[in-house]
Write a protein that binds this ligand. Structure first.
Ligand code: BJW
Length: 281
C-alpha cells in the first residue's frame, strides 16, 4: 500500500512526523541513510538539478564533469573545482547532517552512503561515510592516481618555480581559470578527486552500499533527485529486498511500490524532528 506523507513544513515550526511514518520507524534496527546534494543545500552548497540554483542550470556538465572536458580545458575545470573546494571548506554542517550523526548514536546499525563530494557529514560527527562520487578534498594524478594533498583553505595552481609542488592563489567571487599542478611522481595533470560522468565509482563502494541496502529494515533517502546511476539503484535495492523507504525532500515525489513514504520539507527541518520522534518510539 502506498502511504504518502506530504505534511508541509511551515517555516520556523517543528515538522510534524506523520503517524504512519512513526509506525514504520518502530522496531527498525538496520538503517541505510542515502544522501544527495539537498542535504547540504542549507549549508549554502548548491545542488545540481534544482531549477535556477542548481549547478547544471548554470554550467555545462559535459564541459566540467567529464574526463574529455578536463582534457579539453584543464585550467577551466581545475579552477572551477578549486573554487568549490574552498567554498565547502568555509561552509558548516547544518541540522540535517547533525541529525544523521545523532541517529548512529542510538541505532545499532547505520550505514551512511552519500553521493556528495563535500565533507560535511564527517564534520557533523558521522565517523564512517561511504562516498560514492569521491571527494573534492582528495585531488589525485590523472595518469597514475597518486594522491596530491592540498591545503584545505586555499586554492592551488601550478607554480612558476618548478621546485615547488603548487602555489596558493586568491579566488575571485565567480572563480577563475587555474592551471592544475603536475604530479611529482609522473608529471601528469592533477585532477579533482570526484567521479565524473562515464567514470567508475571507487572500488568496492557500490558493492558495499548495495549489500547494506539489501539487508536493511529502512532506507532513508535524503535530498537526492535519484536520477544518477548506478547510485539510484541503492534505494531500489532496499525496496526490492522488502525494506521501507522514506524520502526526505521539499519536492513532492511520485512514488510507486509498497512501503514508500515521503516527508516533504527541507532536510534541516525534517530530519531533526524525525530523529527526535525516532528516539521516542
Ligand atoms: C533538498 C533540499 C533541502 C533541495 N533538503 N532536499 C543508466 C541509465 C542512464 C544513464 C546511465 C545509466 N548508467 C550510467 C549512466 C550514465 C551516468 C548517469 O547516471 N547519467 C544520468 C544523469 C542520465 N552515470 C555515470 O556516468 C556514472 N558512472 C558510470 O555509470 O560508470 C560506468 C562505468 C563502469 C565501469 C567502468 C567505467 C564506467 C558516474 C556518475 C557520476 C556523477 N557525478 C556527479 C558530479 C560529481 C562531481 C561534482 O561534484 O562536480 O555527482 S553528477 C551530480 O549528480 C553529482 C551528484 O552526486 C549526482 C546526484 O545528484 P543529487 O545529489 O541527486 O543532486 P540533485 O541536484 O540532482 O538533486 C537534489 C535534490 O535535493 C532535489 O530532489 C531537490 O528537490 C532536493 N533538495 N533542497 C532536502 N533543503
Amino acid at each position: 500500500m502506498l502511504t504518502p506523507m506530504t505534511t508541509p513544513a511551515a517555516p520556523h515550526s517543528p515538522f510534524a512526523v506523520a503517524p504512519e511514518v512513526l509506525q514504520a520507524l518502530r522496531g527498525v534496527r538496520r538503517v541505510v541513510v542515502f544522501t544527495g546534494a539537498g542535504v547540504s543545500a542549507e549549508s549554502g552548497i548548491p545542488t545540481f538539478r534544482d531549477a535556477l540554483t542548481g549547478l547544471w542550470s548554470r554550467f555545462d556538465p559535459m564541459a566540467l564533469a567529464t574526463v574529455d572536458g578536463f582534457w579539453a580545458d584543464p585550467d577551466l575545470v581545475w579552477g572551477w573545482y578549486e573554487h568549490r573546494r574552498v567554498a565547502v571548506h568555509h561552509a558548516l554542517p547544518n541540522p540535517a547532517h547533525r541529525a544523521i550523526a545523532r541517529l548512529a548514536r542510538y541505532l545499532p546499525d547505520v550505514t551512511l552512503v552519500t553521493q556528495n563530494v563535500d565533507d560535511l557529514h564527517e564534520r557533523a560527527g558521522s565517523p564512517h561515510v561511504l562516498h560514492l562520487h569521491g571527494s573534492l578534498h582528495h585531488p589525485r594524478c590523472l595518469e597514475c592516481d597518486t594522491p596530491f594533498p592540498v591545503p584545505p583553505d586555499q586554492a592551488v595552481t601550478r607554480p612558476a618555480d618548478p621546485d615547488r609542488l603548487y602555489e596558493t592563489v586568491d579566488l575571485l567571487p565567480d572563480g577563475r581559470r587555474l592551471p592544475p599542478p603536475l604530479c611529482p611522481a609522473c608529471g601528469g595533470l592533477i585532477r579533482p578527486g570526484v567521479v565524473w560522468f562515464g567514470e567508475a565509482l571507487p572500488p568496492g563502494a557500490l558493492e558495499t552500499a548495495l549489500d547494506a541496502a539489501g539487508h536493511c529494515d529502512l532506507l532513508l533517502s535524503v535530498g537526492t533527485s535519484g536520477v544518477v546511476e548506478p547510485a539510484a539503484g541503492i534505494p531500489r535495492e532496499a525496496a526490492r529486498a522488502g525494506a521501507g523507504v522514506l524520502h526526505v525532500n521539499p519536492q513532492v515525489l511520485h512514488l510507486t511500490g509498497v512501503r514508500q513514504w515521503q516527508a516533504n520539507g527541507p532536510a534541516g527541518v525534517v530530519l531533526p524532528a524525525l530523529v527526535d520522534a525516532w528516539e521516542r518510539v
